[in-house]
Ligand binder design. Structure first.
Ligand code: PA5
Length: 465
């Protein structure tokens, strides 16, 4: 397993002192990285955060693999009802290992299909249901809280769809739940209806849960080798506890991003995979970075309103959509390219000459060569325009590299939280909107949020603009 981190284009010598980092500056900041590592290690040892331990949870890995084996042949579709951290990890794995998905879609083209019902768009849900056979579908509701409105509503619809087609008893044979062990109504539902159930540890937050039952159960069901996935992640965990910055790329890259973000004021990070297979990782990363690092207060309770906006772009496609802005627009971004070392297909272009200039320089080459050339050309063009950028290259897109990449970004995010002195593991900011929704939908106990919402509506009615 090898992931290579190349920060060269973050250097002031390439992008200028106003936008890039000097070796001396980084060296002087190294103690910050050491403190971030020590701080996060202490929290982990105290049991506050559990994601680093997930890849070595062989009990869970074996149980998920065994469950998938026992269910094999009984389904052609795995239908996840989940959202946010309870959906994006499985989607990133499916996209990486069985995609590619050109855009975030409901399912991969391979059998068994993975359909992820994350949004409560009624047309999307109706279309997805129409595409599934209830006799051949395994439904996996996933919610850590066991109460997320979107997931509960989707589960009600999918459960009714199963019951109508199969009857109440058989319907329940087609559901396996993933939720917390001792809280939430999904857990109660699972107990009451005797559903096979997998749990995720309390100290693993939704967006850090891809290597818990949240990601592993759907992944195992669609045929991903979750042992290899976790082996890659476990190797990255070992690397990420190292104090040696050359080995610990999660920590080294976190330090670089911290300096670029806070000292060079790059308030946007563009995650730029040059491979459709890694598009899902870019979307998964977007949630990880945004929800973990966008915070109102630091750990001392001081208002800081910190955050770096993550953007997902796909190379080479978005060269024809975004790069004009990236090169000539405000210099407020840092770019993270994701590159692939060895392509599973090279896309050989026929050697025969055509007599047309626009074709003939391409003949005899391969699409792999072209997409890589486009990536390094874009990195060079950004650098020439003083836009800092860095590159992670994964040897190949397989289970072990994807596991390692995911774990590396989780560590990087945790270290960034330490560097910024914020709690990267809460998400208070999304709570108010959720409470308003509960109030609007008539949930008991949320009447005061309905009143607050109504007061806001009354205020809006008076506004003239
Ligand atoms: O990272 C998080 O904690 C959130 O994005 C959650 O994953 C998301 O809100 C879904 O929560 P739940 O799994 O409780 O349905």
């Amino acid at each position: 397993m090898s992931i290579h981190y190349d920060p060269t284009n973050l250097s002031a010598s390439l992008v200028g002192a106003a936008h890039g980092l000097t070796a001396d500056e980084i060296r002087k900041a190294n103690p910050l990285a050491a403190a971030a590592l020590a701080g996060f290690r202490k929290s982990f040892d105290e049991g506050r955060y559990g994601f680093p331990a997930l890849p070595s949870d062989t009990t869970l890995i074996n149980a998920a693999a065994a469950f998938a084996k026992s269910a094999a042949g009984d389904y052609d579709t795995v239908c996840v009802a989940g959202i946010g951290g309870s959906a994006l990890g499985a989607w990133a794995l499916d996209c990486g290992l069985r995609g590619p998905h050109p855009v975030q879609g409901a399912h991969s083209p391979k059998n068994p299909r993975l359909i992820i019902l994350d949004n409560v768009d009624p047309v999307f849900i109706a279309n997805a249901l129409q595409s599934m056979n209830p006799k051949r579908t395994l439904v996996v509701p996933i919610a850590k809280s066991g109460s997320t409105a979107e997931t509960m509503a989707t589960l009600l619809i999918v459960h009714a769809w199963l019951k109508n087609a199969l009857g109440a008893k058989k319907a329940l044979k087609r559901v396996v739940a993933v939720t917390s062990e001792d809280r939430g109504d999904l857990k109660k539902f699972a107990v009451d209806y005797r559903l096979p159930t997998f749990h995720l540890p309390d100290n693993v937050g939704g967006r850090f849960s891809v290597l818990s039952a949240v990601g592993l159960v759907p992944a195992a069901l669609i045929g991903v080798n979750i042992k290899k996935l976790c082996q890659g992640a476990a190797a990255m965990t070992t690397q990420s506890w190292s104090g040696d910055l050359n080995e610990n790329i999660a920590l080294r890259s976190a330090l670089h991003h911290y300096l670029i973000w806070t000292k060079r004021k790059k308030s946007i990070q563009v995650m730029f995979p040059y491979a459709n297979h890694l598009w899902g990782v870019a979307f998964w990363f977007r949630q990880l970075w945004a929800e973990s690092l966008g915070k109102a207060k630091n750990r001392q309770g001081k208002r800081v309103n910190v955050g770096q906006t993550p953007v997902a772009a796909l190379g080479a496609t978005d060269q024809h959509s975004q790069v004009q802005l990236y090169i000539e627009g405000p210099n407020d971004k840092v770019f993270t390219f994701l590159a692939v070392g060895k392509w599973a297909e090279t896309g050989k272009i026929d050697k025969a000459k055509t007599g047309y200039d626009s074709f003939d320089y391409l003949t005899g080459h391969s699409l792999a060569k072209l997409i890589d050339a486009e990536r390094v050309a874009t990195a060079a063009a950004l650098s020439a325009n003083s836009r800092p950028n860095c590159t992670f290259t994964i040897d190949r897109v397989d289970e072990s590299h994807l596991g390692a990449l995911i774990q590396m970004f989780e560590f990087q995010t945790a270290f960034m939280g330490e560097l910024l002195d914020i709690d990267a593991f809460d998400q208070e900011g999304v709570e108010l909107g959720k409470r308003f929704t509960f109030g609007l939908m008539g949930r008991a106990g949320y009447e005061k949020y309905l009143e607050e919402f109504q007061a806001y509506e009354a205020k809006r009615a008076k506004v003239k603009i």
